[in-house]
Structure formats: C-alpha cells, structure tokens
Design a protein around this ligand. Structure first.
Ligand SMILES: Cc1cc2nc3c(=O)[nH]c(=O)nc-3n(C[C@H](O)[C@H](O)[C@H](O)COP(=O)(O)O)c2cc1C
Length: 366
C-alpha cells in the first residue's frame, strides 16, 4: 500500500506542473541519466577521471567550491574547473552572498564548465554556522535572492541541489517553488532533512512528489546502492536521472551497470581481482598526483577502502585493519590476500545487489 507522504504540498499557482513536453529533455546537458555526486574530499579530479573512464556517467559534479566573504579569487575558482574527457562537468558552488555567487558562477561557466550547481544541502555544522548549504533551506527570502541573482548571471545550465528541508520536510515544496520560479534548469533532491544527516533511509516519496508537482526536471539522489536500485528510483519516482555518491565509492562499476541495464545488456560482474586492480590503479594515480606529499595518497586510499570494504561480506575487520596500515603497499597486500580470490557472488557488487548489505530507498512505506 502506498503511504501518505510525510509532508504537505504547498505548490504555488505559478509553479504547478503542466504536462511534460519533449523539450524538457533539452534542458539537461547529459545523455545517460546518471550523475556522479559532488563529494567533498573524495570528488577531486583524479577520482572523477577514474570514474568517468569506466563509463556510464552522464555528468560528473565537483565537490563544492566555497565562495566566502573574502574577495573572489578568479584564479582559484577557475582552477576547480577540471574536465574529465568525454563527460560533461558540473561545478558546485556554495555561499550566500548573491553578487559573489553570481560572479563565481559566471567565472565557472566561462572557464568551461557545462553547468553550475548551487549547494543547498550540506549538513556540516561548520557550514550551517555560516548560514550556507542546507541552512539556506530555512531562509526563503535569502534563497530567492541568491538563486535569482545567480540565474541572471548564468547563461548556461544552472541547477540546485537540495535536501528535503532543514529540520522540516514540509518545506520541500516551498523551496522547490522558489527554485523553479527563479528559473533553475533542474533540481537535485537528496530526500533527507539536514537534521537527519545520513541517518535512516532516503525517502524517495519526496523525489516522486517533486517530480509529479513541478515543471522542471528532478534528479533523484540517495541510497541507490545498486544499479537495479537506480533504475527502480527512476521508475518509482519519475525522476529524469539518478545522482549517485557513496554507492559509487562502494561499487566503482555501478554506472557501467546502470548503462548496461538501460541498454538491455548484461552488466559487468566484478571479481575480487577486479577490486584489487581498481585499488592498484587508484593508488598509482594518487601517487602521481601527490608525489610531493607522500602521506596524502595513503589517507585518500584509506577513505576509499572504507567504502569499498562495505561491499565485502564480513568486511568490517578488513576495513579496520586497512585503516591501521602504515603504507599503501600494506593495504594492497591485505586486499590481494583477502579479496583477490573472491568470485562475483562472494562480493556485493552485482547489479542487483544480491547480498543486500545496504538498505536502499523506496517510495513504499516502511
Ligand atoms: C564524503 C562526502 C562528501 C560530500 N560532499 C558533498 C558536496 O561537496 N556537495 C554536495 O552537494 N553533497 C555532498 N555530499 C552528499 C552527496 O552528494 C549525496 O547527496 C549523498 O551522499 C546522498 O547520496 P548517496 O546515497 O548516493 O551517497 C557528500 C557526501 C559524502 C559521503
């Protein structure tokens, strides 16, 4: 039985959705309906390139670029615009000073980004304290001012990434109305409130409700842990595309698998040897990039291993031991020994998430 949504609809007359037309699809700059999520600390260019090379990604997003009160450094902002070959790039900015944000967005587009996104979802206390990220979801006047000013400055695609609300999911329609009124090209929604951080399961009913109610493409995000989940999110909610974050750290093949399922092909079934090969490749790239900071690649690899280990049944001990290792070789040896021999069915990396180690979202109650 379909549950009643846990929020009320407060759509305005100006934003109620007329029937979808074919031209809707021209408002989004990606082909394959998948986006690599912005991920601070993880989503640096090396990682984005590696993921893009694997294929199946419609658009990659940068981690947020903080636009503060200090005078805008055009050089620093331009430096963030690093494209991955063959995949459109969306650069995310975060801040609440309308003129600065508009200027930064224009710089980003001028430097070659395919789209610019406004971060309205970051839940971190250090971010909220400054009234940016998810904090802007509880200030409709500020939200309208910043988004409207940015819209005037960005000639190309401009999107916003929201959470369900700050501490009240019933705000989601009000906030989406503001974004639509201001003319964003699409809205990405991660249906948890700021107060939820990452607790519980993403409430896909909120994605469905926005997709039903507004005449703007809605990108769904949150807890699409397998390729099959990603397809199910699109089917159940009517979102035009799925943004994938943590599940792509845990399963670097997920985008390829989504693409294969959409094309009616058999999705790749990664083996333990593939997982080790992936880690070796990541380690090599990170060492090249951070050749002058030998400790940096180790920390970055540990972060990834923490996610990859979640696809290994009983992988808790392996994860903990990997985090204690003092060298990249130590981590790789451990994974060669403990994971390298595993068959696809001994890992939770198949397109249908057959071992179900993670709880995915749903539009159903429960
Ligand atoms: C390590 C990490 C860093 C993140 N950094 C950002 C960020 O810079 N900007 C943003 O909008 N969301 C950020 N997020 C949130 C993700 O983009 C995404 O909304 C969230 O993880 C839910 O999607 P998922 O279930 O596919 O991971 C981050 C998430 C993680 C785990």
């Amino acid at each position: 039985m379909q549950a009643k949504p846990a929020f009320s609809c407060v759509c305005t007359a100006t934003t109620m959705k007329p029937p979808r037309t074919a031209s809707d699809s021209t408002r989004v700059p990606w082909g394959t309906p998948t986006l690599l999520a912005p991920m601070e600390g993880v989503g640096h260019p090396d990682f984005r390139h590696l993921m893009a090379e694997r294929g199946g990604i419609g658009m990659v997003c940068t981690e947020f670029v903080r636009i503060s009160r200090a005078p805008l450094s055009v050089r620093a902002v331009r430096r963030e615009v690093v494209r991955s070959p063959g995949v459109p790039l969306c650069v995310q900015v975060m801040g609440n000073e309308a003129d600065k944000m508009a200027e930064a967005a224009a710089v980003v587009m001028d430097a070659g980004a395919d789209a610019v996104d406004l971060n309205l979802g970051c839940p971190a206390p250090r971010v909220v304290r400054h009234g940016v990220g998810s904090a802007m979801l509880r200030d409709p006047l500020l939200l309208r001012h910043v988004v409207g000013t940015m819209r005037s400055a960005v000639r190309g695609p401009f999107s916003a990434k929201i959470r369900a609300g700050f501490d009240d999911a019933s705000d989601v329609h009000r906030n989406a109305s503001i974004l639509v009124d201001c003319g964003v090209d699409w809205i990405t929604v991660h249906p948890r409130r700021r107060s939820d951080h990452y607790r519980g399961v993403a409430d896909w009913r909120i994605i469905a409700s926005l997709a039903r109610s507004f005449d703007v493409p809605v990108v769904g995000n949150g807890d699409a842990w397998s390729a099959r989940d990603a397809l199910r999110m699109m089917e159940e909610t009517g979102c035009v595309a799925v943004m994938i974050g943590r599940p792509a750290l845990r399963n670097p093949w997920i985008f390829q698998q989504v693409e294969a399922l959409l094309a009616g092909r058999s999705p790749v079934e990664p083996t333990g040897a593939d997982v080790v090969g992936h880690l070796e490749l990541v380690a090599r790239r990170y060492r090249e990039t951070w050749s002058r900071e030998p400790q940096a690649p180790l920390g970055k690899l540990k972060e990834l291993v923490g996610w990859l280990g979640r696809a290994v049944p009983d992988g808790g001990a392996l994860r903990k031991a990997s985090l204690r290792e003092g060298s990249i070789e130590g981590i790789l040896d451990r994974w060669r020994l403990e994971v390298g021999h595993r068959s696809p069915r001994e890992l939770d990396l198949l397109a249908d998430g057959h071992l179900g180690l993670e709880r995915s979202g749903t539009t159903l109650a429960g």
